[in-house]
Design a protein around this ligand. Structure first.
Ligand SMILES: Cc1ncc(COP(=O)(O)O)c(C=O)c1O
Length: 464
């Protein structure tokens, strides 16, 4: 394994180094240093190639981020040119041209008046910074008590202390100190958890719960509602139609800032630059983004905030304040140059329209899996979808046994040439946006085989 693109390493040495020295996200600590995650050598289009030379379809697009696919020279050239021209400048007291241009280009495609952009280093810092903006905002306005944040169970917003505290996936909390009396969780908008209710009844129930929660905390104390348009890591949970707009109306009534966390959905995942307004019918006060902004080539994130909010804490209204939240790598010139090149590719190749075109085919393909053994639910929006599998499909309860079934499907799919995001009992597909209809068929075909193989395994009982 030496004459493949980017392979200047020795797989054996890499494995030894990783086993001895690497601590990875979601590391199973009992097995630290023993096993080895699949070693990826290089990427090409929608494929990654492992250390044995096996081409594997990148079903989750890395971590929902490799929008334009691997190996695009335009991005490599932009990164190289910018690194040679200006590799770094401090955003604390200087500025650079790629970040100013990128801020303008993002403002041009955000909904409403979300025209002021702050850059961070990724999704967690984007959400963290947006939340800190709301703290800053209410402090400058002289309302220090308006600090509560309402979030949903099964939401995921990142891995800083504050964003992890706002994430409603209890798996991520184990053995970490997650606590904040100013964070309140409300229901996950998954209709499977409300058997017997119509979508309209479920929506009314969710809206009532939000209203009651605001009333209980006290509207003067609630600063922010933070939500993904669709709960991605929570298992591709798509709320009932109209959910976001109805929650936003309540937020407006009580002067609560609505943050739409588009770290997954922005930059084309649902066929639009941003999904909040065009796909989910809501114009938020703040939108966060990361991942697809650079198609994962280099780290970058950020948030765009409404001019209306900015006006209340700037100029004559600033009261001597500084928005002193920031990072050494905010507005990083190389990352911003990569993002500009990424936006150029998305425009030049018509990728947003392509997503809208192939999304129907993707949805039909996923829905064709309904009726296979253990398939309990199929959820899909744009080019993100999932198959939820349960040993007993008649029960909404998810057990450890169900998670093992999901794990088996993922393993079979990997052996058959498809990476599936391992998310318990939910098999997630969110491929690079350049995927063709034929490649979608191939991907769904492998998933079908993976499910059938896992079902056959199940005939031999899965250990509880
Ligand atoms: C909706 C959402 N917000 C925030 C994050 C955190 O982003 P990052 O991992 O880049 O810090 C993620 C990561 O998956 C996410 O899905």
């Amino acid at each position: 394994m030496s004459d493949t693109p980017g392979a200047q390493w020795n797989a054996g040495e890499t494995e030894a180094d990783a086993k001895l020295h690497l601590l990875s996200p979601s590391e199973e600590m009992a097995k630290l240093g023993q096993g080895m995650r699949p070693l990826i050598a290089y990427g090409e289009g929608i494929h990654v190639v492992d250390a044995h030379g096996r081409r594997i379809i990148d079903g989750p697009a890395g971590m929902w981020c490799t929008q334009i696919g691997y190996g695009r020279r335009e991005i490599a050239d932009a990164v190289s040119a910018q690194a040679l021209k200006l590799s770094y400048n401090s955003p604390w007291y200087t500025t650079n041209s790629p970040s100013a241009e990128l801020a303008r280009r993002i403002a041009e495609v955000t909904p409403g008046d979300l025209n002021r952009v702050f850059f961070t280093t990724g999704g967690s810092t984007a959400v963290d910074s947006a939340l800190r903006f709301t703290e800053f905002y209410n402090n400058v306005l002289g309302r220090p008590e308006k600090k509560h944040i309402i979030v949903r169970r099964e939401g995921y917003h990142g891995s800083t202390s504050l964003t992890a505290s706002c994430s409603g996936r209890s798996f991520n909390w184990q053995n970490f100190d997650i606590a904040s009396p100013r964070i309140t969780f409300i229901s996950c908008p998954n209709i499977r958890l409300a058997p017997g209710l119509t979508e309209a009844q479920f929506l009314d129930q969710l809206v009532r719960e939000f209203e009651d929660t605001v009333a209980k905390i006290g509207p003067d104390k609630v600063a922010t509602f933070l939500a993904e348009p669709l709960q991605a890591s929570g298992g591709v949970i798509i709320p009932p139609k109209g959910y976001h707009a109805r929650i936003k109306a309540i937020c407006e009534k009580h002067d609560i800032i609505y943050i739409s966390d588009e770290v997954v959905t922005a930059f084309g995942r649902c066929g639009e630059w941003f999904a909040s307004e065009k796909v989910f019918g809501v114009v938020p006060d703040i939108i966060t983004f990361a991942k697809g902004v650079t198609s994962g080539y280099v780290p970058l994130g950020g948030f765009a905030v409404s001019e209306r909010l900015i006006a209340k804490v700037s100029g004559e209204n600033a009261k001597g304040s500084y928005y002193s939240n920031g990072y050494t790598y905010s507005s990083h010139p190389v990352s911003c140059a990569a993002a500009l090149a990424n936006m150029d590719v998305i425009e030049k190749d018509g990728i947003l329209k392509h997503v809208r075109d192939v999304a129907v085919h993707f949805a039909e393909g996923l829905r064709s899996l309904k009726g296979l053994p253990h398939v309990a639910d199929i959820r899909v929006a744009g080019l993100v979808g999932c198959v939820e599998c349960l040993v007993d499909t008649s029960s909404p309860e998810v057990t450890d046994r169900d998670k093992k079934v999901g794990g088996r499907i993922d393993t079979h799919c990997f052996d058959l040439g498809l990476l599936v995001r391992p998310l318990g009992n939910v098999c997630v597909l969110s491929p690079p946006l350049i995927i063709t209809k034929a490649e979608i068929d191939q991907m769904i075909g492998i998933l079908r085989q993976g499910i059938l193989k896992a079902a056959a395994d199940l005939k031999e009982p899965v250990a509880a």
